[in-house]
Design a protein around this ligand. Structure first.
Ligand code: NAD
Ligand code: ZN
Length: 247
């Protein structure tokens, strides 16, 4: 492992212009369960039933009560971990250009990161499905689910559900980030949900080196990954930052 971390630290320091693609694994150490794998949300909930926009529109009460109210409470109380802090430090020392995250928990921003593209939207705000009024998470009470707007409309989180398209501005911002990226760090993502799973391929075809941090190999580990760090994201980022400061 030490060899891989050293190789990754050298690449980051020599090349600069790093972009991170982060997934649910980066927030596991903050107490937010991932979707897939052991302890993942999809062990309890069928994504086609609970994360699909048509089903949410048909029965928002069921989905708020079974799933969204708990997820909101977990995210509202979560704090950034060493992985989020490590990405912030990389940005502060000028090596990280930005982060594209599929996470909707806002923990990169809470750690101080400035340039964050939230590929799947956010749980930090909620919108009325009738009048479109936007509410901060702290203004939304879920003791009675579903939460309602003053107009009587039902609130939804401002993340995308399965069956919805990625916001075109988000696609544009992530393409811009990838276009000049020399090193991509893919951390804590199972890379099974497109189009975010295609981002490492796009970076690689633009000439970027790919560093992967994950507790398990993924579909890119033995193909386009140049350096695989098989480790929890928090520990891996701590080691990386220490080595970057030393070499
Ligand atoms: P995923 O659940 O499919 O995969 C998580 C990945 O992280 C796996 O490859 C797993 O091996 C790895 N992992 C688990 N613990 C880790 C750790 N401590 N360190 C490093 N890696 C670890 O997650 P994904 O690929 O991001 O899936 C995409 C979808 O999950 C997105 O739509 C996203 O919105 C959603 N999601 C987000 C959150 C969040 O905001 N924190 C939480 C759950 C799901
Ligand atoms: Zn309203």
């Amino acid at each position: 492992m030490a060899d891989e971390i050293l190789e990754a630290a050298r690449l980051i320091k020599e090349q600069g212009c790093v972009v991170a693609l982060t997934g649910a694994g980066v927030s596991v150490e903050s107490g937010i369960p991932p979707f897939r794998g052991k302890g993942g949300l999809w062990e309890k909930f069928d994504p086609n039933e609970y994360a699909n926009i048509d089903n949410f529109i048909k029965n928002p009460e069921k989905i708020w009560k079974a799933f969204l109210a708990d997820k909101k409470a977990i995210i509202d109380n979560a704090k950034p971990n060493d992985a989020h802090k490590g990405f912030f430090l990389l940005e502060r020392i000028g090596l990280l250009k930005g982060i594209i995250t599929s996470n909707i928990d806002g923990l990169h921003q809470a750690a101080g990161s400035k340039n964050v593209v939230e590929f799947h939207g956010t749980f930090a705000t909620y919108s009325c499905m009738d009048c479109r009024k936007v509410f901060k998470s702290s203004e939304v009470k879920v003791d009675v689910a579903p939460p309602l707007c003053e107009c009587g409309g039902i609130l939804r989180p401002d993340c995308i559900f399965f069956g919805e398209s990625i916001n075109p501005n988000v696609l544009k911002a992530s393409r811009e980030m990838i276009s000049s990226c020399k090193v991509m760090i893919v951390a804590g993502s199972s890379l099974v949900v497109a189009p975010s799973s295609l981002i490492p391929f796009e970076a690689k075809s633009n000439g970027a080196k790919v560093i992967e941090i994950n507790t398990k190999p993924t579909c890119i580990t033995s193909s386009i990954t140049d350096v695989f760090i098989k480790e929890k994201a928090g520990a891996a980022m701590n080691w990386l930052i220490d080595l970057i400061n030393e070499i």
